[in-house]
Write a protein that binds this ligand. Structure first.
Ligand code: GLV
Length: 325
């Protein structure tokens, strides 16, 4: 590879990151920030040495096959989740794949607490009322929510983000934190984050006042929270999802909310995003946010730097720090 490898970047990135990309490499930016189509993604993999992609690029097997013979040898994903990438197909074409773990943990955990609190305290309902000129003033029975402090939080998936949420909830809000994970954490992690493992997802759903999802989206976790699981939840419970949309069966969630099987939900991610289930839009007790978990300047710049660290390692022939395929 020559000294100026070609990099195609599929979305706008923070200015500092784009600056570094164009000054150090032959980088083609996506200045109008329009999402690439499948043929455009295949063409990028055919034409560039490295493609820097994001979660809005569905890198399916068909896209990889459409790229063959691909020039690209590295797909550097800007983001930690990688359910939009067919890793097996990337491997078959000899394309390494990396992500950006760690650098967005704290902001995503903060955002999760924000969503949980917003749903508990009916913040979206209040803001809508006020903006629409319907607020008539303070009264003792107005928009009563539910207390967060001291309640039971159930965390599904206990990786970096789940643990960071646990720490905030236990140390900051005195919550009793339970978690369910494929791999139990060490006693040391449990002590540090104030969490206790439960034996099954069902037990967690039955005991929690709030349930928050932090597992990756995989074929195994698709619709992990479906009708049967929602039925296990307490009627006063609130579901928070800042992980991935398809971990929840959205139609089942709508039906359960309508039937009063749970009190509310706070959703940052959606099964068919950016399309939103129309019935979710109509339900007052759902907080809806457009996938903003890692949306701080600090996280997004750090994610770009992490992608660049993977690119640098790749170009110098070193071990890729965040290789996922
Ligand atoms: C955001 O959702 C990410 O996967 O980084």
């Amino acid at each position: 590879m020559d000294s100026s490898p070609r990099i195609i970047v599929t979305r706008r990135l923070p200015e500092a990151v784009e600056h570094e990309l164009v000054t150090r490499f032959d980088a083609r930016l996506n200045l109008d920030d329009r999402q690439f189509t499948a043929p455009e993604l295949s063409a990028a993999l055919r034409e560039a040495d490295i493609v820097l992609c994001t979660l809005t690029d569905p890198l399916s097997r068909a896209v990889f096959l459409g790229a063959a013979p691909a020039l690209a040898r590295l797909l550097a994903n800007f983001g930690v989740g990688f359910n939009h990438i067919d890793l097996a197909a990337a491997r078959e074409l000899g394309i390494a794949v990396t992500n950006t773990p760690g650098v967005l943990t704290e902001d995503t955990a903060d955002h999760t607490m924000l969503m949980l609190l917003a749903a508990a305290r009916r913040m979206s309902e209040g803001e809508r009322e006020l903006r629409e000129g319907r607020w008539t003033g303070w009264r003792p029975t107005h928009l009563l929510g539910t207390r967060v402090t001291g309640k039971v939080l159930g965390i599904v998936g206990f990786g970096r983000i789940g643990q960071a949420v646990s720490l905030r909830a236990s140390a900051g809000f005195g919550m009793k934190v339970l978690y369910h994970s494929r791999r139990p954490a060490t006693a040391d992690v449990e002590r540090r984050t104030g969490a206790a493992a439960v034996g099954s997802l069902d037990e967690l759903l039955e005991r929690a006042d709030f349930v928050t999802l932090h597992c990756p989206a995989t074929p195994d976790t698709r619709h992990l929270i479906g009708e049967a699981q929602l039925r296990r939840m307490q009627r006063h419970a609130i579901l928070v999802n800042t992980a991935r949309g398809d971990v929840v069966d959205e139609q089942a969630l709508v039906s359960s909310l309508r039937a009063g099987l749970l009190a509310a939900a706070a959703l940052d991610v959606f099964e068919h995003e950016p399309a939103i289930h129309p019935e979710l839009l109509a339900l007052p007790n759902v907080v809806l946010v457009p996938h903003l978990g890692s949306a701080t300047v600090e996280s997004r710049v750090a994610m770009g730097r992490r992608a660049l660290a993977n690119i640098d390692a790749f170009l110098s022939g070193s071990t890729l720090p965040d290789r996922i395929a």
